[in-house]
Design a protein around this ligand. Sequence first.
Ligand SMILES: [Zn+2]
Ligand SMILES: [Zn+2]
Length: 115
Amino acid sequence: MNIKKNFIARNETFVCGNCTKSVEQIKYGGSYRNHCPHCLYSKHVDGDVPGDRLSDCGGLMKPIGVFTRRSGEYVVVHKCEQCGFERYNRIAGDDDFELLTRISTTPIFSKVRQK
Ligand SMILES: [Zn+2]
Ligand SMILES: [Zn+2]
């Protein structure tokens, strides 16, 4: 069995901090709900490990791009509006696909960090 370490699956009902719609548990296409399927925003609640809930930032994480992994899996890039933290998240089966394709036409990787 292929056990992914450093990954804590969460599948909870929550209210989106961006569009205020309530988000149900995933019914299909994944078991890990970490962003809103309506507007694709996420929330910065995790530390280094997805699902650990160790961050006290709490900022909204904006979907800044979408790309496809070699395995064919779609990944959405989230960036925290508060602290700039970036994370890649798998999309869920009930995500707004039109919205996904719309943001995938924008540059996916944030520009080289300016210091
Ligand atoms: Zn939302
Ligand atoms: Zn943050």
